[in-house]
Design a protein around this ligand. Structure first.
Ligand code: NAD
Length: 489
């Protein structure tokens, strides 16, 4: 069977790939096992050198990659380029700091001074990486390089909506020297993803995608007690306090809500603005939104198309339901599908109630909802009211106040006077709380998630026996009792 890749901005066919059969996938896992054994034997610095070569290869093919990403997803060329930029920055960071983060760590032997203790970060073996379509390069390449740096072989499944980006990326990795059995890419729909999760030959899973599929994967991994990282959806809040720089805050809301056509897991979907400055803020957001161009003219285009008809339908349904429930349309609110692709005019709504889908569920489109709040306390309470907890942002000129509020927000990451930029910062761990996921990628924490933490204790002096081994000496027993009372009491 073939998967046909369509450009959502023009509905033209770009190309196709053959799906991997469920029979062949067993061969893939066997080859991955062989690859894992060889790859794990390389020193950390050898793996990091190979990742550096991959980075250079990606930079050499930067324009080709940006264009393909834009074509497969409907995003603008600029959004496509930003993805390549973020990917190579992550690669630079992983190859530079990976060896340091993953080297053996000496630990204290505590009271047992005759022992040497340390921790090894040992690869799991074969990592299954399953990725979504919204950032088909970075959300594929980043977990792959982290898994490789940690010493695993990878079986990758890119989204069925963006298989060509996954294919080109894999070819570039191989051309740069990553062995073919160390990175293998399989193509297909959910059942191929499920086969990766279910196989006894995959030793860990890193999944990025929806809460719905993430939940199924969590259940499947729980049954097998297989380690899993789940990077799921979000409904990110932005808080604008009365002392915020309103120009910057409005610019951040517009970029945070509309870049990548709002199809970013950490895009701004809910904005809580303190009543006192709400009119001025909403006016600024409206002006900035109305200056944006939406359409297929990618040279000047600022807002691209949504990825598919079904995504277009979900976003329009959320907007329409909100408007029927009394939301005011500040800007946009209409479909622009007459332009030939799945376009929606960037939409700003002022909402009064938070029981609609647009305030409760992930919309994943070019829309932001603004709600007025009494004060900081009200804002934090509302920000924490969804079950999601991926990312959030706070705007205030008082940085101390912003950082204090950050601690009160239930989210895996928080930006103060910024938005989304934490994702570009490769040393910061990334992941969610609540229904936004489990585990972390990026930074030292992310690299370590792709390893098992192995504790090692080495006896230093080789005495005949330990005091607690048989036979137990009565005098030593009394000594230990006295010692415990004096030392710990
Ligand atoms: P999705 O969950 O529909 O699909 C993701 C991947 O899982 C695809 O490759 C798909 O083929 C595969 N899949 C589907 N069913 C499967 C199954 N039963 N077992 C194994 N694999 C299966 O998500 P999507 O629509 O591709 O992506 C959009 C979602 O991803 C949004 O919810 C978005 O918020 C989320 N996302 C999260 C992050 C993050 O880092 N937290 C980043 C980007 C996107």
């Amino acid at each position: 069977m073939e998967i046909i890749s369509i450009n959502p901005a023009t509905k033209e066919t770009i190309g196709s790939v053959q799906t991997t059969s469920l029979e062949f996938i067993e061969t893939v896992f066997d080859r991955a096992k062989e690859g894992a054994a060889e790859w794990a034997n390389l020193r950390l610095t050898q793996r990091s050198r190979k990742i550096r070569l991959v980075r250079k290869m990606l930079v050499a093919h930067m324009d080709e990659l940006s264009k393909l990403i834009a074509a497969e997803t409907g995003k603008t060329n600029w959004d496509g380029f930003l993805e390549v930029f973020t990917t190579v920055e992550h690669m630079r960071h992983v190859s530079k700091h990976g060896p340091q983060y993953l080297r053996t760590e000496i630990r204290s032997p505590g009271i047992l001074q005759n022992k040497k203790c340390y921790v090894n970060y040992v690869p799991h073996g074969v990592a299954g990486v399953i990725s979504p379509w919204n950032y088909p390069l970075i959300l594929t390449a980043a977990p792959v390089i982290e898994a490789l740096m940690a010493g695993n072989a990878v079986v990758l499944k890119p989204s069925e909506l963006t298989p060509l980006t996954g294919k080109l990326m894999t070819e570039l990795f191989h051309e740069a020297g990553i062995p073919e059995n160390v990175l293998q890419t399989v193509y297909g729909y959910g059942e191929i993803g499920a086969a990766i999760v279910d196989s006894p030959k995959t030793d860990m899973i890193c999944f990025t995608g929806s809460v719905e599929v993430g939940r199924k994967i969590a259940v499947a991994c729980a049954e097998k007690l297989k380690p899993v990282i789940l990077e799921l959806g979000g409904k990110d809040p932005m808080i604008i306090l009365e002392d915020a720089n309103l120009q910057r805050a409005a610019g951040a809301a517009v970029w945070g809500g509309f870049s990548n056509c709002g199809q970013t897991c950490i895009s701004t979907e809910r904005v809580y603005v303190v009543e006192k400055i709400a009119d001025e803020f909403i006016e600024l957001v409206k002006t900035k939104t109305e200056a944006l161009y939406t359409g297929p003219d990618k040279v000047d285009g600022e807002i691209g198309a949504l990825v598919s008809e079904s995504q277009h339908e979900i976003v329009m349904a959320h907007i329409n339901q909100a408007v029927e429930s009394g939301a005011d349309v500040v800007s946009g609110g209409e479909s622009l599908s007459a332009l030939g692709g799945y376009f929606i005019k960037p939409t700003v709504l002022e909402v009064q109630v938070d029981n609609t889908d647009i305030m409760q569920k992930e919309t994943f489109g070019p829309e932001i909802c603004i709600m007025r709040v009494k004060d900081e306390v009200d804002a934090v309470e509302k920000a924490n009211s969804s079950g999601y907890g991926l990312s959030a942002s706070v705007f205030t000129k008082n940085k101390k106040r912003g950082q204090k509020i950050a601690r009160q927000i239930r989210a895996g990451s928080v930006c103060v006077n910024d938005v989304i930029t934490n994702y570009i910062t490769a040393d910061l761990p990334f992941g969610g709380v609540g229904i936004s996921g489990i585990g972390r990628v990026h930074g030292a924490e992310g690299l370590k998630s792709f390893c098992q933490t192995q504790a090692v204790l080495v006896d230093r002096f080789g005495l005949k026996k330990e005091p607690w081994w048989y036979p137990v000496n009565k005098k030593l027993q009394s000594f230990f009792r006295v010692f415990t009372r004096v030392f710990y009491g």
